[in-house]
Every structure is written in C-alpha cells, then in structure tokens.
Design a protein around this ligand. Structure first.
Ligand code: SF4
Length: 139
C-alpha cells in the first residue's frame, strides 16, 4: 500500500518546450585589417606606458609630452586609431595645457627616466600628429 500520492498539478504534467526561442541573426565577422609586424610591435611598445609620471618628474619643465605622446602614438600606429585621430590629439594637447604641464625643450630626461623605455620619438610623433590635425583640421 502506498503511503503518499504524487502531485498531479500543471507543472509536473505540462510538456517541456523543446524548441529554442527565435535567435537574433548572427553578427557579421569583423573585417580583417592586416597590421604589419613592425607597426604592431611599435604600437605595443608605446602602449606599454603605465602612466607612472616618472617622465614628468624628471623633466626640468614638468612637461607631460612623453606620456601624452605614448598615448597618441600607440593609436596612430593601428588602423583602429584612425577613428577620431585628429580630435583625439587636439583634445589631449588641450587637456595637457589646461592641467598646467610645461612644454618640451628637448632635454630628453623623460625617456631616460621612463621605466618602460618609451622613446623620445613619442614626442616627435605627438608634435607631428598635432600639426597634422591642426593644419588639415581632421577629426
Ligand atoms: S615615465 Fe614612461 S611609463 Fe611613466 S608615464 Fe612617462 S612615458 Fe609613461
């Protein structure tokens, strides 16, 4: 003789849905943009800046151009950086000025002090990008 009975409510006797709900269409794969090894390596080198500020502390002018240059340069080297390229460098230089940092006068103490060995070329790149954006007026 059974001492209990199984419940027979709707939940236990209902059918289990076996069909998946409609799914959104699969996203198209991103376009493949080939990046040369040299450009990729340079971009990664500039991207290694850890924002420590040692360059600013070492600079007699308290310039932040090595730091800012590293941020600008690593994106300039990659196709992804083309978006807002001009506006980005103009905004970064404007913010650097607004924060009261000095201007580079080519002492080179910054790259000597940098623990990530960001080269002085980052400042050259920053100046070139700023000139490009200013002259061409590109976004
Ligand atoms: S010292 Fe080098 S790692 Fe540090 S903020 Fe300056 S550029 Fe970046």
């Amino acid at each position: 003789m059974s001492v209990f009975t199984l419940p027979t409510n709707e939940l236990l006797t209902g059918t289990i849905a076996t069909e998946m709900p409609p799914q959104p269409p699969a996203a198209a794969p991103p376009p493949a943009i080939p990046i040369g090894k040299k450009e990729a390596d340079e971009a990664m080198d500039y991207a290694s800046c850890i924002s420590c500020g040692a360059c600013v502390a070492a600079c007699p002018n308290a310039a932040a151009m090595l730091f800012t240059g590293a941020k600008v340069a690593h994106l300039v080297k990659l196709p992804q950086g083309e978006v807002e390229r001009g506006g980005r460098v103009r905004n970064m230089v404007a913010q650097m000025d607004a924060e009261g940092f000095g201007r580079c006068t080519n002492h080179g103490e910054c790259s000597e002090a940098c623990p990530k060995e960001i080269p002085f070329d980052a400042i050259v790149m920053l100046n070139r990008e700023f000139m490009r954006a200013s002259v061409l007026g590109k976004e």
